[in-house]
Design a protein around this ligand. Structure first.
Ligand code: ADP
Ligand code: MG
Length: 865
């Protein structure tokens, strides 16, 4: 583009844009943010706004679109939701006084992981940015939510664990180095539906990282930060701080606590397990309703809601810590009065975590400060309520309870109770706080009266009864005297204007008043801004104390929520141990029970230990309740380790280090892999990562292939997991391969269970009760009848089954429980099937992964011949 021709403004635009190639540049022009060229084309499409053009000095007009600055946040939200970044370029000098083109600067880049505006955030979930740095298979993590000031860091080994760790946070934005990108990028896209940004290696090879980190988190060494043995985490944290500085263009002083943890401090839950157990969202609709969190969440505040989600995402494995939580929940559970009292206090509080961040970032509004004050006003009641508790966790909260009287008092004095949402709307600073502002306000209010007073005073002094005080734009306030009275004018009157029949004068006193009246409104605006900024700074100095108050509110709220849930749903306190034993009496599935309120949920017992009851083989017809039962065991264990009561009449939970589930071959088709391949991927992940302290749920694995393959795989998997030298994990294994029940007696830790059904004639009734022993029948035909399959087909099926059982029909190599999806043909049949398939195939339409899968499938089939 020939630069000589373009207009100076466009030259400025292009220069700025050059620095922010991967963001959409919002370029401030008067009351609008304008976008040009490709940005304009993209934005007009995504935001559904009109694309116009602007003369920029070139032959062709520049594509342009714009949005009014005061409604920018709505548009930014839309772009962020679609994964774009928005660089906001403001006029940084007053256009009135600017010489030449107004100076402009990018003041902030809004990215999905660094959003701070309330309108762009979900109040009940954190908004995380994650940086992942990998070197030689070690993954360093840095995760931050700048809207609340939280920062976490850890290191894990291997891509599997890295994905599990990512799943704890469900970040909105992920930055990686090249090694992490190579291993994780595709999985991240698949699992979290976001595109991770691969950053250059130089971005991470910064020698000043250590210094930067120590400054940011106010510590003198990496040891104090727990980072001395985590070189990859150092890279990640350093890169994160750099990125935040780059996007926020300001130092984030309130981001001063680094939470360094070891991944094995928490229960490990891989991505699939989180999804399968529907921990924070339902599998089908991806919404909170229908998830464990939905059952548990009765929090009253956004801070509590976010913290509860964190607890759910990070179940504990230290029995002491778990018991601390449980005791606190128990105490609140026992005392309904106390619960109600705390609930009432909490419902009067606001999201002060995010307000504190905005105080620090300088984007706090008058309304925010009113909300902060309102929250602080409730602290004494909260302290009073907490003064009656006995158990350590709640007591710890009460200890050194800081009522923040000084901050409250400052806010009470400084900010008007009915201050508007925005500072620029005025009337923010309360009367009596700043003398100057009060005087100016009085000037505004009393101006008219003063003028009337002056008029009266001057009339009396001069004896000119027709003397008038008036105003015009050029001369301001003046005293007008008709020509006939000029003789009476005293000498301290200064003449300003002569008209046909009168003269206009000023006096020093009048000018003084004029200054006060006319300057007042402008002065008030700037003075209010100044005083507000001063108040903000003073509040900002108390960030640490305020954060502590926020934490007390959040923790109390979470404990209260768990207690409330326990009371409402009839949960009991689990007994935590490290015995490795799980013993549940009358366990229920918390979500299924709550979803189907009207129907009775049938409770079931569970016994699992490290010895003779470590592998339960569960059989029973489809729809009997196998999956529900196994998930219920996993969820009860998980809930207990969160510190929640559990749906059971009693439960002893030996702590588990990891939970794995492989449930159903449901909706993975969307991921572009064949379900069988995916199933085996997951099984292999489980076999590699499970330990003797893990809990494994396997739901009908082997389904996705031929019966014999499936059975052999299932069998071998059972043997492998059962083997204490290999894994020896506690396992629940639902299967339709009745052959597996032969393992009881052969392997010392295997026990058979079945979900009972009652058969009367052709009818079956699901009893939903788990009982010892293997199922004798799969009742497939009865279930089909129950599902409404036409009588004729049912009768046909019975007839065929009878013939098979009497060996009138011989099915080679297949067992009785043939899966509808399994391949029935063998030998020649398969060969011709493969040929047919090859003939039908249009290879040119395949993606590489589809081709791989197809090949895999065909080769599998060929091997069966
Ligand atoms: P399976 O895995 O054996 O095919 P599911 O676990 O999917 O069976 O259960 C089928 C349905 O039965 C569930 O959707 C649930 O509504 C119901 N169900 C399962 N277990 C129970 C129970 N213990 N009490 C009441 N209803 C149950
Ligand atoms: Mg099932």
């Amino acid at each position: 583009m020939p630069k000589e021709q373009i207009t100076p403004m466009m030259a400025q635009y292009l220069k700025t844009k050059e620095e922010y190639p991967d963001s959409i540049l919002f370029y401030r022009l008067g009351d609008f943010y304008e976008m040009f060229f490709d940005d304009a084309i993209k934005a007009s499409r995504e935001l559904e706004i009109t694309l116009t053009g602007k003369d920029c000095g070139l032959a062709e007009r520049a594509p342009m679109c714009g949005i009014p600055y005061h409604s920018a946040s709505v548009y930014i939200a839309k772009l962020i939701a679609k994964g774009y970044k928005v660089a906001i370029c403001e006029q940084v000098e007053d256009p009135k006084t600017a010489k030449g083109i107004v100076k402009r600067e990018v003041i902030r880049i809004v990215t999905p992981g660094t959003v701070i505006d309330d309108e762009l955030l979900d109040e009940r979930t954190n908004n995380y940015l994650a940086v992942i740095y990998a070197k030689n298979g070690i993954y360093g993590f840095a995760v931050s939510d700048i809207s609340t000031g939280e920062v976490y860091t850890t290191e894990v080994s291997g891509a599997d664990e890295a994905l599990s760790e990512t799943a704890r946070y469900e970040p909105k934005e992920i930055l990686t180095n090249s090694e992490a990108a190579k291993k994780l990028l595709k999985q991240i896209e698949l699992r979290f539906h976001i595109e991770a940004d691969e950053c250059t290696d130089e971005f991470f090879e910064n020698t000043s990282f250590e210094e930067k980190i120590m400054t940011q988190f106010g510590k003198g060494s990496l040891v104090e930060l727990g980072l001395d043995t985590k070189p990859c985490a150092v890279k990640a944290v350093g890169a994160m701080v750099s990125y935040l500085e780059h996007t926020q263009k300001t130092s984030l002083t309130y981001l001063n606590t680094l939470n360094t943890y070891n991944a094995n401090q928490y229960m490990e839950l891989d991505v699939n397990t989180r999804r399968n157990l529907e921990i924070t969202e339902s599998m089908r609709d991806k919404i909170k309703k229908g998830s464990l969190l939905w059952v548990l969440d009765r929090t009253k505040t956004s801070m509590g809601a976010r913290l509860l989600k964190q607890w759910v995402e990070k179940p504990l494995i230290n029995p002491i810590e778990i018991n601390k939580r449980l005791c606190a929940v128990g105490e609140l559970n026992d005392d309904m009065m106390l619960r109600d009292e705390i609930a009432e206090v909490l419902s009067g509080t606001y999201d002060i975590s995010r307000i504190i961040s905005r105080v620090s970032l300088g984007t706090v509004t008058p309304r925010d400060l009113i909300a902060l004050k309102a929250t602080l006003l409730h602290l004494p009641e909260l302290e009073y309520a907490l003064s009656r508790v006995k158990f350590p966790m709640l007591c710890d909260l009460r200890k050194n309870f800081d009522l923040l009287e000084d901050v409250k008092e400052l806010l009470e004095r400084a900010i008007s109770d009915d201050a508007p949402a925005l500072l620029r709307d005025g009337k923010v600073i309360k009367e009596g706080f700043n003398e100057e502002i009060d005087k100016l306000r009085t000037a505004m209010r009393d101006g008219k009266k003063w003028l009337a007073d002056i008029e009266a005073e001057e009339r009396e002094k001069t004896g000119i009864s027709k003397l008038k005080v008036g105003y015009n734009k050029v001369f301001g306030y003046y005293i007008e005297v008709t020509k006939s009275n000029i003789k009476e004018v005293p000498d301290y009157y200064i003449r300003r204007q002569t008209l046909a029949n009168c003269e206009r004068y000023i006096t020093p006193k009048l000018k003084e008043l004029e200054n006060e009246i006319l300057g007042a409104s402008e002065k008030i605006a700037s003075l209010e801004a100044y005083v507000f900024e001063d108040v903000r700074k003073r509040v900002n100095e108390q960030t640490e104390r305020l954060k502590r108050a926020a934490e007390i509110i959040a923790v109390t709220d979470v404990l209260l929520s768990l207690a409330e849930t326990a009371a409402k749903n009839n949960f009991t306190m689990p007994e935590i141990s490290d015995s490795g034993k799980i013993e549940i009496k009358d366990g229920r599935h918390p979500v299924v029970e709550k979803m189907a309120k009207d129907s009775m949920f049938v409770p079931n017992d569970t016994l699992l230990n490290k010895d003779e009851d470590r592998m339960l083989i569960i059989t029973g017809p489809n729809m009997a309740g196998k999956s529900t039962y196994m998930r219920q065991v996993a969820l009860i264990t998980l809930m207990a380790q969160i510190g929640s009561f559990v749906p059971a009449s009693s439960a002893k939970i030996g702590i588990v280090d990891k939970i794995f589930t492989r449930v159903g071959a449901s909706d993975d088709i969307s991921s572009g892999q064949s379900t069988f391949m995916l199933e085996m991927n997951e099984v292999s992940h489980i076999l590699k990562n499970a330990t003797a302290n893990s809990l494994i749920i396997l739901d009908e694995i082997g389904r996705g292939t031929s019966t014999f393959d499936g059975l052999s795989i299932a069998w071998s998997v059972v043997e492998y997991i059962h083997n204490k030298k290999k894994i020896g994990a506690k396992t629940l294994f639902a299967t339709h391969y009745h052959e597996l029940t032969d393992l009881e007696g052969e392997l010392d830790g295997v026990k058979n269970y079945r979900i009972a059904v009652k058969k009367r004639g052709d009818d079956i009734t699901f009893l939903r009760k788990i009982v010892r022993g293997g199922a004798d029948d799969s009742y497939g035909i009865e279930v089909a009848a129950l599902a409404g399959v036409p009588k004729e087909v049912i009768n046909g099926a019975k007839h065929i089954l009878k013939k098979i059982e009497n060996d009138e029909i011989v099915i080679e190599h297949t067992s009785k429980t043939v899966e509808p999806t399994a391949q029935m043909g063998f030998g020649d049949g398969i060969a011709s099937e493969i040929t047919d398939e090859l003939k039908m195939m249009d290879v040119t339409t395949f993606t590489p992964i589809e081709a791989m899968n197809k090949l895999f499938e065909l080769s599998k089939k060929a091997k069966e011949i």
